[in-house]
Design a protein around this ligand. Structure first.
Ligand code: ZN
Length: 150
C-alpha cells in the first residue's frame, strides 16, 4: 500500500515540477478563471475546440502543489476528448476526491488521475485538486466570470 502512495506522490511531484501544458494560449476560443479562496489557488484554463473535441488545452496560474499537479494532469487527460467525455472524467475525479469512488475500481478510466486519490484523506485539499476541473467545466459551458470553489 505504501508503495502505491509513494508512486502517487512521485506523480504529483513530477507534475508540480514540470507541469504539462502550462502556458497562456493565444486564440483560445474558451477561457475561464478559477479561484480557491481557502488556499489562494488561482488558475486560468484556455481551450481550443475543433469538431466538438478539446483540440488544445493549456493553463496558467499560481497555487499549491496539489492544485498545480491536478491542473497539469487535467489538461493531459481531457485533451482529445469531447466536452461530454471530459464531463464524465470530471464526475469520476470528483467522486474519487470525495471518497465515493474507489480508485482501484475506476483506475482504467481515471488512468494517472488515480494519483490524486490520496487527496480524499485531506478534506481541506479536495478543493485544491478539484479547482482546475471546475474551471474547465466553466470554460466548456462558456460561463463568464471567475469560478470560485466557495
Ligand atoms: Zn491549494
Amino acid at each position: 500500500m505504501s508503495d502505491i502512495s509513494d508512486l502517487y506522490r512521485e506523480v504529483i511531484l513530477d507534475h508540480n515540477k514540470s507541469p504539462r501544458n502550462f502556458r497562456k494560449m493565444e486564440g483560445a476560443d474558451r477561457t475561464a478563471e478559477g479561484y480557491n479562496p481557502l488556499c489562494g489557488d488561482q488558475i486560468t484554463v484556455y481551450v481550443k475546440m475543433q469538431d466538438g473535441v478539446i483540440n488544445e488545452i493549456t493553463f496558467q496560474g499560481s497555487g499549491c502543489a496539489i492544485s498545480k499537479a491536478s491542473a497539469s494532469m487535467m489538461t493531459a487527460s481531457v485533451k482529445g476528448k469531447t466536452a461530454g467525455e471530459a464531463e464524465r472524467v470530471f464526475q469520476d475525479v470528483h467522486k474519487m476526491l470525495t471518497g465515493e469512488l474507489n480508485p482501484d475500481a475506476g483506475t482504467e478510466r481515471l488512468g494517472k488521475l488515480a494519483a490524486l486519490s490520496g487527496v480524499c484523506n485531506f478534506p481541506a485539499r479536495v478543493k485544491c485538486a478539484s479547482l482546475s476541473w471546475h474551471t474547465l467545466r466553466a470554460a466548456l459551458k462558456e460561463e463568464r466570470g471567475v469560478t470560485s470553489t466557495e
